[in-house]
Design a protein around this ligand. Structure first.
Ligand SMILES: [Zn+2]
Length: 302
């Protein structure tokens, strides 16, 4: 951990997370800016601009929430799902700095929408599930909230308020520049008496300490989140420089990562009884498995 003032200038770095805490206010936060990793993830799909922007927003959120995990090998999965929405499934996950995601949608119905459809126009009625899988203990925590509000970020704020009782502010910006996508985001939250991960016994969403931090954080502009001339450190400094102490720490570098491989699927298929495996095999004795994250089909000898 080091003081904001000690951070060298000029580090704009995409595909990284900066963690920060404001101890006197019992607040913590993350800022993230993505670009090359978005190109890689989007490159596996051929999404129309509306869906590409939605996935970019979701990946920024996944990086922000995922990097809250103290368990280095833990995984955060965000899933938005609906019955009959134009988008019926969005999945993103984060593990140890690795991001991946995909969006399942109806291209024909999407074509009937404008360039900036609302969250409701895209999803209709649905739910948002956020799951934390702790590698170190094998425990799984899941919270589910209605998929409501103006944006995925708003739905995630509702998740933290309702499911974890942690007041949280999320701001996300996404811009397409000459076919490339640049996205940035910030998450700030108020912890119960500074105790990370402990159950909040006295839920006070209107704590004056939090109102102060939320007002400072809320003053951030969308263009600042994606301005490559403004480092993440400078961004945090700009918002919180009047606070007595702001601690910052580099998070994991972010990269695209997927767990799909012939070996992985072979071991999964190997757990099915032989009768089932016989049903799955094609004439060549192979089982076809689809990785939706990578848009790849694997032919597994089984
Ligand atoms: Zn994959």
């Amino acid at each position: 951990m080091s003081e904001v003032a000690a951070i060298p200038e000029g580090e704009t770095g995409f595909d990284r997370v900066l963690r920060f805490t404001i101890p006197a206010r019992n607040a913590r936060g993350r800022v993230v800016r993505l670009s090359p990793v978005l190109d890689l993830i989007q490159g596996a799909h051929d999404y129309p601009p509306v869906i590409a922007r939605l996935l970019a927003e979701a990946l920024v959120i996944a990086a922000l929430i995922g990097s809250l995990l103290k368990d280095g090998e833990g995984q955060m999965t965000m899933q938005a799902q609906t019955e009959d929405g134009i988008v019926d499934l969005l999945v993103c996950d984060y593990r140890g700095g690795e991001l991946r995601g995909y969006v399942r949608h109806d291209a024909d119905r999407l074509a009937g929408l404008g360039a900036n459809p609302s969250l409701f126009a895209l999803f209709g009625r649905g739910y948002l599930a956020i799951t934390f899988d702790m590698a170190s203990t094998g425990q799984r925590y899941q919270g589910i909230v209605p998929l409501e509000g103006d944006s995925l970020a708003a739905a995630c704020e509702a998740y933290f308020a309702q499911s974890e009782q942690v007041p949280t502010l999320l701001r996300i910006a996404v811009r397409s520049e000459g076919g490339r996508c640049v996205a940035g985001g910030m998450l700030v939250q108020h912890l119960a008496e500074g105790e990370e991960g402990r159950e909040r016994l006295h839920v006070k969403l209107d704590h004056p300490e939090w109102e102060h931090i939320a007002a400072l954080a809320g003053s951030i502009r969308h263009d600042e989140l994606i301005d490559s001339a403004l480092s993440l450190e400078a961004l945090v400094w700009r918002l919180f420089h009047d606070e007595p102490e702001v601690r910052v720490e580099a998070g994991n570098p972010l990269q695209r990562g997927c767990r799909c491989s012939i070996e992985h699927y072979a071991s999964v298929i190997g757990q099915f009884p032989e009768d089932d495996r016989a049903d799955m095999r094609d004439e060549a004795g192979l089982v076809s498995v689809d990785c939706a994250f990578c848009s790849r089909v694997f032919e597994i000898p089984a």
